[in-house]
Design a binder for this molecule. Structure first.
Ligand SMILES: Cc1ncc(COP(=O)(O)O)c(C=O)c1O
Length: 450
């Protein structure tokens, strides 16, 4: 047995993977190296990383600067508590940078170790905020169908994808999901953005505004199929949140750190959230790190709380020095290489390429995106938009055999949503590699649909 085969046998014996099923783990990919937008597999293949890892490797693979940042910090001090009364330089320097790149109302950072934990912290922080305002009953969270917020208990309860609930229910009480601003599939009488924002208003009124703490929304839904809201949606949602005293949590775990062509995405629509959840791109996935960006009024609630009502929230690895040192160096790379601006330019190029190569194919219903994240929704009939189901995995397989690694969001018959091919390459992907993606996908879709 060669080294790889032996390794994989031990893997199957001892590991349980995210979304595990043994049927789908018979021949797992073993990635051995990465350079820029390319991955090297143990079987000798080289493929384009069309999803930048899991939407996170913004600066690309194999960055020696990030390895050096981690090693340098580990040699100085690898771990030190950041609990109240203690701190460390990388956490401080990174926090200042993030606040400066975020929204005009952004004021402070609370660190976590990943996306779901950031959302858990955001929910708790929203509850804390209202308790400080002497509104202790404002605890409920409203989210949207197709939203993905992670799969810890509360994050899963906000996630609007039933496949993640099926074997782990019931959901936590006080989580309400409403229609998403999904232009391609919108069926309401009103314009999609306004109608979808008003669906949230209806939910707030049905629950009672005095019981609702926050609305959580990804600026662009990622795992749900790269769903870009209409221009009208977030301004209207912000107005509704203000009207009913409800906080707006922006889940920018994917959209943060340049992905959409801005440091943070709600700026596309001139909207500022009360809390931002971030993770993934903050370190480009080189180490686990996440956090919340708190707006001034939320920060003030923590600063002005009486001692006996303090922000009693914590994690051992909040403000981890090594993770923050890597985050700091990663943000410096994004700055110095102009990767935010590049995401905007390359994103337009990717969408144009996809429209050119795939637009006329009979099974391609919708091509959408913002910055360097794009989705291609598959249908069986362009006129009726009848969803194509079960083909996304085949397209992914065909793409892989042609040198492109990507993922497909599985669709469903009810509500009707076609399988959607998701693309989110590193922001540093060179032009000539980016241009191959639509070409490979055209061949892959054509082959899979035969
Ligand atoms: C928007 C969004 N929020 C939260 C998460 C959960 O992050 P994690 O897997 O780090 O818990 C993800 C992961 O894909 C995500 O895309």
């Amino acid at each position: 047995m060669d080294g790889t085969a032996e390794l994989l046998e031990i893997d199957r014996r001892y590991l349980v993977h995210p979304l595990h099923h043994p049927e789908e783990h018979k021949a797992p990919l073993l990635v051995t190296e990465g350079k820029g937008a390319m991955l090297h597999l143990a079987d000798g293949r080289e493929v384009i990383d069309g999803l930048a890892g899991l939407w996170n490797v913004n600066v690309g693979h194999g960055r020696g600067e990030l390895a050096d940042a981690a090693a340098g910090q580990m040699r100085k001090i690898a771990y030190a508590s950041a609990y109240v009364g203690a701190t460390n330089e990388p956490a401080i320097r990174l926090g200042e940078k993030i606040v400066k790149h975020a929204y005009a109302n952004s004021s402070a950072i609370y660190y976590t170790t990943g996306g779901a934990e950031s959302n858990e912290s955001a929910f708790k922080t929203a509850r804390f905020f209202w308790k400080i305002q002497d509104k202790p009953n404002k605890t409920k969270i409203i989210s949207r169908m197709h939203g993905y917020h992670g799969v810890t208990m509360a994050a899963m309860s906000a996630t609007g994808m039933p496949a993640y609930h099926k074997m782990f229910g019931p959901l936590m009480p006080g989580f309400i999901q409403v229609a998403a601003p999904y232009p391609y599939r919108w069926q309401g009488n009103q314009e999609c953005g306004i109608g979808a924002a008003e669906a949230i208003e209806k939910a707030i009124l049905a629950e009672g505004p005095e019981t609702v703490a926050a609305v959580i929304a990804e600026p662009v839904m990622g795992a749900g199929g790269v769903i870009v809201p209409p221009e009208s949606y977030f301004p209207k949602l912000r107005q509704i949140c203000d009207q009913y005293d409800v906080l707006l949590i922006a889940d920018e775990v994917i959209t943060g750190f340049g992905r959409t062509g801005r440091w943070f995405a709600l700026g596309h629509w001139g909207v500022e959230p009360d809390i931002v959840s971030f993770a993934k791109g903050v370190t480009s996935g080189y180490l686990p790190l996440g956090g919340n960006i708190l707006s001034k009024r939320v920060h003030d609630a923590i600063l002005n709380a009486p001692l006996d009502r303090r922000y009693m929230h914590a994690a051992t690895y909040s403000g981890h020095p090594v993770c923050c040192a890597v985050g700091l160096r990663n943000v410096e790379i994004i700055e110095s290489e102009g990767l935010v601006e590049r995401a905007a330019v390359m994103g337009r190029r990717l969408i144009e390429g996809l429209r050119h190569e795939l637009g006329e194919l009979p099974n391609v219903g919708d091509i959408r995106g913002l910055g360097l994240m794009a989705g291609v929704e598959l249908v069986t009939d362009k006129g009726t938009k009848a969803p194509a189901l079960g083909v996304g995995v085949k397209v992914a397989r065909e793409a892989m055999s042609r040198g492109l690694m990507m993922r497909a969001r599985p669709g469903s018959a009810e509500p009707a949503t076609g399988d959607t091919l998701c693309l989110c390459p590193p922001l540093s992907t060179p032009d000539e590699i980016l241009d191959k993606i639509p070409q490979i996908l055209r061949e892959a879709v054509t082959a899979a649909m035969q």
